[in-house]
Structure formats: structure tokens, C-alpha cells
Design a protein around this ligand. Structure first.
Ligand code: DGL
Length: 292
């Protein structure tokens, strides 16, 4: 990969996007499709251009600067495709990138980010112990620290950080219901139940795809929360504020167009068939030599 400056110059700004331009969504891999589907359901008139950086997934064990560079490159690609807004559907990428991206693009290109959905868990926990399952990089970022300080500490709620680097590759490979994945989940989640956690925040966009596996293991002992719907609502609010909400029905246009950087569209197609709801029309293609 060539070196990329995190703050590249905005030499040739794109013309201001119109309401019928697509929403751009980015994740290190296919996990952000959990968010993309919330947005597709909440905003059914919108076209979505989804970019999965499958050449570099997982981001969770990468260093801060490398995550920032990869994120900057991805968001620039969405911008150059003419998207009207970008959703960083990745807690890990958001943790290091939101401030400089917003400063760089200004009002021309709004950026929506993610932070683990700790607030609803803190408000509803009975045991006053909440676990957050996220990548090591997400826990290093300031966003999650701010949420803990603002919501958990004043309510006397104990926040247990939990990481497991094996989980994202399981989802990428379509192995979220495999025995190996269950074992990995048990290794990290048994200890949080032993500490009386009653809420589990899915602080990585890949993890909503593990809901079935977690519920099969623990039933209603753990209530699961994620940020998907809140991000869809926030995206809608920003589009409305900027007069960018699409009014026209999609008719037979593809709702969700996926682009992957890893030249693995063929291998991902059967995986996505399981992850994407039937009512959403989608396509997938390899793209991204153009980024290098
Ligand atoms: N889906 C990403 C997140 O929300 C990161 C997964 C990874 O690449 O490690 O944090």
C-alpha cells in the first residue's frame, strides 16, 4: 500500500451533491452492512454505495495512524463517487477519524460516525454492570472514553471492556454460527456473566451478525444493544437538515451497491446472501485498484 497522507489536500472539490446522490457507507469489511441495512430500511428511497475495505480488514489490531489513513482514503473514494454524505459504519475507524474528516470536508460533505451504544445500556441495566464488546483500537479511542465519563460513571455503572480479535474474521468468512465462533464467544462472554453483566453492547458493526449465536448461547441472560438504528435516524436528520433527503421511490434501481477492495467479490457473494435481508436489492463488485 502506498503511503497516504491523512490530511490530503482538497484540490478539486466535487460539485455539491444533490438529493438523488447515494449515501456512502464505509467499513473495514462487511460488518457495516448491519448499519447499511438499518439505513436501507429506515430510508427506503435512498440508494446506498457501500465500500468494504476487505483488502485491509481487520482494522481492530492496527495502529491509530494506519486506521486514520485507511479511513481517510476510503472516505475520499466515497466523496469522489459523488456521495452526498458519508457514514463511517465502523467504531474502530470512527474512533480516530471523525474530527479531522469533518474539519477537512466541512459542510459540503457531512460525516456520520459511530460509537458503541453504551448510553441505552447504562439507562436500562438492572445489575449496574454493562459489558462492551469492541476492538482494542476502539477502546484506545477518545469517543468511548467520553461516553463512559458522560453516562456510565455518573450513574455508578461498571463498564467491562471485552475484546476478541477472532470474531471479525469469523463474520467475514460467513462462519458466525460455527462451533469455533461459539467457542470464541464463550471464552469472552462467560466471564462477563460471572461478573453479573446483564447488558452487552455490540461495539463493532460486525457483531450484530453474531446476535443469533450469542442468543443461542445465553438466551435472555444478556440483552444486546447496537448502534444501527440510532445511526440510521441520525443520518436521516442530517439529510433533512441539508435538504438532501431523496423524495423519489427507487423503483427498480439497486438499493445497495457494494464495492470491496480485496478482489474477493466472488467469495463474498454467498456470505452476503446470508447477511443481507431478502427485501433489499443489492449487487457487489471488486473495485479498488483505483485507490492504490
Ligand atoms: N466493523 C468494525 C468496527 O465497527 C471493525 C472491525 C475490524 O476491522 O476490526 O469496529
Amino acid at each position: 500500500m502506498r503511503a497516504i497522507l491523512p490530511l490530503y489536500p482538497l484540490e478539486n472539490p466535487m460539485p455539491k451533491a444533490s438529493a438523488d446522490a447515494p449515501i456512502g457507507i464505509f467499513d473495514s469489511g462487511i460488518g457495516g452492512l448491519s448499519v447499511a441495512q438499518e439505513i436501507a430500511n429506515y430510508l427506503p428511497n435512498e440508494r446506498i454505495l457501500y465500500y468494504a475495505d476487505t483488502a485491509h480488514v481487520p482494522y481492530g489490531a492496527r495502529d491509530d495512524q494506519n486506521i486514520r489513513e485507511l479511513t481517510a482514503q476510503a472516505i475520499e473514494w466515497l466523496y469522489r463517487q459523488g456521495c452526498k454524505i458519508a457514514v463511517v459504519a465502523c467504531n474502530t475507524a470512527s474512533a480516530f477519524s471523525l474530527d479531522f474528516l469533518r474539519e477537512h470536508y466541512g459542510e459540503n460533505f457531512p460525516i456520520v460516525g459511530l460509537v458503541p451504544a453504551l448510553k441505552p445500556a447504562v439507562l436500562q441495566t438492572q445489575s449496574k454492570v454493562v459489558a462492551v464488546l469492541a476492538t482494542p483500537a476502539t477502546f484506545r479511542g477518545q469517543l468511548i472514553k467520553d461516553v463512559v465519563l458522560r453516562f456510565a460513571e455518573p450513574s455508578g455503572v461498571d463498564v467491562m471492556p471485552v475484546t476478541c480479535l477472532e470474531l471479525v474474521p469469523f463474520v467475514e468468512a460467513g462462519l458466525q454460527n460455527s462451533e469455533q465462533c461459539k467457542t470464541a464467544l464463550k471464552n469472552v462472554l462467560d466471564p462477563i456473566l460471572a461478573k453479573q453483566a446483564d447488558y452487552l453492547v455490540l461495539g463493532c458493526t460486525h457483531y450484530p451478525f453474531l446476535k443469533n449465536a450469542i442468543q443461542n448461547l445465553y438466551g435472555d441472560q444478556l440483552t444486546l444493544v447496537d448502534s444501527g438504528l440510532a445511526v440510521a435516524r441520525q443520518t436521516a436528520r442530517i439529510l433533512i437538515k441539508n435538504n438532501l433527503l431523496s423524495e423519489l421511490p427507487l423503483q427498480n434501481k439497486t438499493q445497495l451497491s457494494c464495492y470491496v477492495s480485496g478482489h474477493n467479490a466472488d467469495t463474498l457473494t454467498p456470505v452476503l446472501k446470508h447477511l443481507i435481508q431478502e427485501k433489499i436489492s443489492w449487487s457487489i463488485c471488486d473495485v479498488i485498484d483505483k485507490l492504490q
